[in-house]
Ligand binder design. Structure first.
Ligand SMILES: C=C(O[C@H]1C=CC=C(C(=O)O)[C@@H]1O)C(=O)O
Length: 432
């Protein structure tokens, strides 16, 4: 299949059902497909249709075009009409959107899938959606509950960039800033590990959701995490984003915590780093929105492991743009790449000895109206699931986890390395 409009006509049926407590029980334990926050959740199974261009590549703009074709030809019966009902697709896109980067992301290419069944919950309401490429309308039935597999724990060790190597990379990033190549660059390091072959990955999704309920919990094509950063949401013409940049570890007691938050709120280095990220989001959203507003000063976002400087942005959608069109306009923001974007991507490629794959890329869902919720894939790990029939079924499943930090001229290499350590905590703790 290429990336032009597909020949299939999808049939979609959504029906409201009795409240479902645990939507995770309906998704695949070994390849869960999940989106959740604060108790609202979408969990899905199977594949009705997949965006699969011949060369395995594509960016958000190609997918947005393809999605319009899928929607135009679909027949949708959705009397429920809540966010996430009717026809939906889930995506996780590579970090580096440049065509010449696509060869490098072969291990984690673009993932964009319309599932066969979605079980959803929003507030007190639950529903099931069935999606089929067959001519008959599918029956919206709850899939069988899959009982949780036993507890497991991962092995985790250094990745391609050790803590020392990371500090050297940060020094080189500061040199690139001093040389005028970039104003800010976000540099990441990796951890590598394995989980048992039969690990029920829903346990990881559940642990992240209960430890970090205010983040976006996601599991899409082996990319599993809990991101605090909203790239963009679109709902009935309203556009929102939550920009994060500037971080400090939570204090060990109440006094230390207050001192930590105060020192972040007044740190000119962090406010500088944050300013780049906010400006990049406002510039990207302005052409397709009206009444775009952002807080004048960042607020302090408190997570169990860190404080972040945060700015919420809201506007009205002005153009015929879908959530995916906005993803294409926004990504990569200065919160995960740097400024100017192209130069920052060059510095990242030069200084990080690995490909980010889908880490720091867009992850989320879109519906038939073009509404959707997209986060930046942070605080996550990519599980390298092997669907090759010849693969050794007993072999442990490898994964790579990532965390990065925004580097500006006043950055200190050791502090930035320690910051990545606290950012690893959600995923590393949940894997233990
Ligand atoms: C790049 C990451 O975080 C970004 C988001 C929030 C705060 C950040 C910071 O303070 O550097 C980063 O810009 C990461 O978690 O891997």
């Amino acid at each position: 299949m290429n990336d032009s409009a597909p020949a299939v006509r999808l049939r979609v049926v959504t029906r409201e059902i009795d409240a479902v407590d645990d939507v995770l029980a309906f998704t695949d334990p070994h390849d869960p497909l999940v989106w959740s926050r604060r108790g609202d959740a979408l969990a899905a199974r199977g594949r009705a249709l997949t965006f699969a261009p011949a060369d395995g590549t594509g960016d958000a703009r190609d997918i947005a075009r393809w999605w319009r074709g899928v929607v135009e030809s679909a027949r949708i019966d959705d009397p429920v009409g809540l966010p996430g009902t009717g026809l939906v697709a889930f995506g996780a896109l590579p970090f580096d959107p440049r065509p010449d980067a696509r060869r490098r992301t072969a291990s984690a290419p673009v993932s964009f899938t319309v599932p066969r069944v979605v079980v959803g919950r929003r507030g007190s309401r639950s529903w099931v959606t069935a999606i089929s490429a067959e001519p008959e309308a599918p029956r919206p039935e709850l899939p069988e509950v899959v009982g949780y597999g036993p507890h497991w724990s991962a092995t985790v060790g250094p990745g391609a960039l050790t803590p020392d190597g990371y500090q050297q990379a940060v020094r080189a990033g500061i040199d690139a800033i001093a040389a005028g190549e970039v104003g800010k660059v976000v540099l990441a390091r990796d951890l590598a590990g394995t989980v048992p072959a039969d690990a029920d990955l829903r346990r990881l999704v559940r642990a992240l959701g209960s430890g970090y309920p205010d983040t976006w919990g996601f599991a899409v094509d082996g990319l599993i995490g809990a991101s605090p950063e909203t790239l963009v949401t679109v709902s009935g013409g309203t556009v929102t984003a939550r920009v994060l940049a500037g971080t400090i570890a939570r204090g060990a007691d109440a006094d230390a915590d207050t001192a930590a938050s105060l020192s972040l709120a007044t740190s000119s280095k962090d406010l500088d780093e944050h300013g780049y990220a906010v400006r990049s989001v406002l510039e990207a959203l302005r052409p397709s929105t009206s009444s775009l507003v952002a807080g004048e000063q960042p607020f302090m976002l408190k997570l169990p492991n860190v404080w972040h400087l945060a700015t919420d942005v809201e506007g009205r959608l002005d153009a015929e743009a879908s959530a995916l069109d906005l993803v294409a306009a926004l990504h990569p923001t200065a919160a995960v790449a740097g400024t100017p974007t192209a130069a920052a991507l060059d510095v990242i490629r030069r200084l990080e000895p690995f490909d980010r794959g889908r880490y720091a890329g867009p992850v989320g869902w879109i519906d038939a109206n073009g509404d959707g919720e997209w986060a930046i894939a942070l605080r996550c790990a990519q599980f390298h699931l092997d669907d090759d029939d010849d693969a050794d079924a007993a072999a442990p499943i490898p994964f790579t986890a990532y965390a990065g930090a925004g580097i500006v001229s006043a950055s200190d290499p050791e502090s930035e390395m320690l910051e990545t350590r606290v950012k690893f905590r959600p995923i590393v703790d949940a894997l233990a």
